[in-house]
Structures are given as C-alpha cells and as structure tokens.
Design a protein around this ligand. Structure first.
Ligand SMILES: Nc1nc2c(ncn2[C@@H]2O[C@H](COP(=O)(O)OP(=O)(O)OP(=O)(O)O)[C@@H](O)[C@H]2O)c(=O)[nH]1
Ligand SMILES: [Mg+2]
Length: 363
C-alpha cells in the first residue's frame, strides 16, 4: 500500500506532521512561512511555501480566493516534488489533510485534488478535512460549504471531521485539536497497517480502494479497543466502533454504501460466531449491503482492536448544518446587497453634477 499524506494550510500540515512522526511519506504545503517552520517531523525539504509572490509568506487570512491562487501559481512545482518523492507509478492513495474553514486549505485543496486526479488517474484522492466550529462565525462555514461542493466533484471520498464534536471533550481548544489530530492519525494508521498483511481473512489494497472510490461522497472511520481479558462479547465491540458515529461526525451510518472492518487481536477472542453476528447485522443495516472484512489473529496481542470504515455516506447532520447555514446566509446576503444597491440609487437620485451648479467656470 503506497500512500502519500499531503497537508495543506495550518490544520492540514499539523496533521501531516503527526503522520510523519509515525513514518508515513508526507508533504506540507502552506502560504505561511512561520507555520511551516513550526512543524517538527516533516523533513525540511518536504515543506513547500506557496503563494510567496502574492502574500509574502504571511498566510491568506481565511481568504480562499488567495489560497486557490497561491496553489495555482505553484502547482507545477508541487507536482514535480510529488514526482520526485513517489515516482510516477503505483501510488494507491493521496490523503489530503486540511481545515475546511481557513483560506489556504479550503482554497488550495480542490485545486491540488483535481491536478492529482489528472496526473495520477489510477490513484485515489481522499480528502480528510476538519469542519469549523459554529462559534468561528459565518466565513469558515461558507468556506467549508463551497469547498465541500468543489471536492465532491473531484475527490474519491471526503472524510469530514466535525470539530464541533470537540466540545464534548471539555478540553481547551488547542488540546482538543491535538486530540482530534491524534485520533485521525491513529485510525488511518491502524487501518493501513492491516492492509496487505497476512491474516485469517485479509484485506488488500484493492478492497480499501474499492470502498474509498465513492464518487466524492462522505466517509468516516470508526474505532473501538478493549483489553482482551476484559472482553465479554466481540460482536458488541464491533458494533460499538460504529455507534460512536465514526470519527467525529454526525452521520446516518445506514446511508452508507460500503463498509470495511478490520479486527486485530489474540486468536482465542476472535470468535467466528460473534464476528459473523455483528457482520450480519451491519450488512443489513447499511444501504449498500457490502462489507469487506479482515481478521488478524495475533498471539502476541493483548488487546482487541476494531477499525471500521464506512463510505458513500450522504446523510450527515454535521454537513447538512454547514450547507444550509451557508446557503441561507448567501441568499440573505445577496438580497441585502441588492437592497443596498436599490436604496443607494433611490437616495442619490435627482442630484445634479457640478456643471449644473457652477456653469461656465472652465472655458
Ligand atoms: N481538527 C483540527 N482543526 C483545526 C486545527 N487547526 C485549525 N483547525 C480548524 O481549521 C480551520 C482553520 O484552518 P487553518 O488550517 O488554520 O487555515 P489555513 O488553511 O492555514 O488558511 P489561512 O490561515 O487562512 O492561510 C478552522 O475552522 C479551525 O477550526 C487543528 O489542529 N485540528
Ligand atoms: Mg494558516
């Protein structure tokens, strides 16, 4: 399984930095020089400053038009860099990590996603983005809604992570961000670690690609872990990984088309009847009725770990909230703008020009 993680903007590069810590191939792209320097694990030659000629390394201050322009201007340099890291062949998945609410990530990610799809038609492009907090105001919500729309036309799947679910943790914001970022990396790393390795019934790269190739719809990753000595029923643990609504997203999992479940743990607890009970239940529950599965008995292991991936999701309250808020705002903003224009014309109508009042002053 060959994957490249590309972080875009501050949120995205922080997540890519954690992937670099656990030895993934990474690239960090930002319009802010300072934020790039702040990273700890992405090697220096893998950090790319974009849009220097327009914003001078200072970031784009949540303006996605500048983010988009910065990415466009430096796109060929980025594509050369990717080519030099990965070569032209056999890249299974590009994971693009970013924040939906800022300017660099929101504006730049769809441009890069499209270029990657064109240059690497056999590779998947999976967007992993953090949805803004409601308190951040209208701009991040609009950036998110428009970026979701654009990515849904070019990416294979969108793994949306709802930062609003942070509130449930009660931590302060930067700790909470950190926790979410770790969770993202932990789940994706656990999933990829179980692809293409020997097991009872295994998952390979093509299964994962099949599940993620879902015409730009939403996907989410669930997870559950338990000490093997404390495990009462594996079926219940598998269901628990879904019940938590996946990876920080409010979504109706019944609307999913495909699922994938990987179970890893000591052989004596991976009981076939308990696994099949859960698989049966879930296969009937999701709309697409297709669940790929892999079991990985491991005598050295003391914990049972379940990673689940659901894709093809179209019913998500987290996403609907953003789209509806942005659309309502756009509508009332356009109306207010039109009204302002009309009122301005009404207010100023009937005024003379200077020449009407001061005739004959200039020959
Ligand atoms: N989960 C998570 N979300 C984050 C993190 N940092 C910022 N965000 C969210 O991402 C959005 C802001 O995106 P940034 O990545 O800071 O913005 P940017 O892409 O660098 O763009 P500019 O700063 O405008 O140049 C906000 O909606 C934040 O809630 C993080 O570390 N983790
Ligand atoms: Mg930034």
């Amino acid at each position: 399984m060959r994957a490249l993680i590309i972080g875009i903007g501050q949120c995205g590069t922080k997540i890519a930095d954690l992937f670099a810590l656990v030895d993934f191939e990474t690239l960090a792209i930002n319009t802010s020089k300072g934020d790039l320097e702040y990273l700890k694990h992405v090697p220096h030659e893998r950090r790319i400053l974009i849009g220097d000629s327009i914003v001078g390394g200072k970031g784009v201050n949540a303006n996605p038009i500048l983010g988009r322009e910065a990415m466009k201007r430096d796109l060929s340099m980025i594509m050369r860099k990717i080519d030099s890291i990965m070569g032209r062949e056999d890249i299974d998945i590009f994971f693009l990590t970013f924040g939906f609410g800022g300017g660099t990530g929101a504006g730049g990610t769809p441009i890069l996603a499209e270029a990657l799809k064109n240059e690497y038609p056999d590779s998947l492009v999976v967007a992993i983005g953090a949805l803004p907090l409601k308190e951040e105001g209208i701009r991040p919500t609009i950036n998110a809604a428009i970026t979701i729309d654009k990515l849904s036309k070019v990416a294979d799947s969108i793994v949306a992570i709802d930062n609003n679910k942070l509130r449930e943790s009660g931590d302060d914001i930067s700790k909470a961000y950190e926790k979410i970022n770790y969770t993202i990396v932990e789940r994706i790393a656990s999933l990829l670690a179980l692809i293409d390795i020997p097991g009872e019934q295994t998952l390979d790269g093509s299964d994962l690609k099949f599940v993620l190739k879902a015409f730009g719809s939403f996907a989410t990753i669930g997870y559950a872990k338990e000490d093997a000595s404390k495990l009462k029923n594996l079926s219940r643990l598998i269901l628990k990984s879904f019940e938590s609504e996946g990876l920080y997203l409010e979504a109706n999992i019944e609307s999913a088309l495909y699922g994938l479940i990987a179970i890893h743990g000591p052989p004596e607890v991976l009981k076939a009847n308990e696994i099949f009970e859960a698989l049966n239940y879930l296969t009937h529950k999701i709309k697409g009725k297709q669940i790929f599965r892999g079991f990985y008995p491991d005598p050295r292991e003391r914990e049972v770990e379940v990673v689940t991936l659901l894709s093809g999701i179209y019913e998500s309250k987290s996403i609907e909230d953003i789209i509806i808020t942005a659309r309502n705002y756009a509508q009332s903003f356009m109306e207010a703008k039109e009204e302002a224009e009309t009122k301005k014309k009404e207010l100023l109508q009937g005024l003379p020009d200077f020449d009407d009042i001061y005739p004959g002053e200039v020959e």
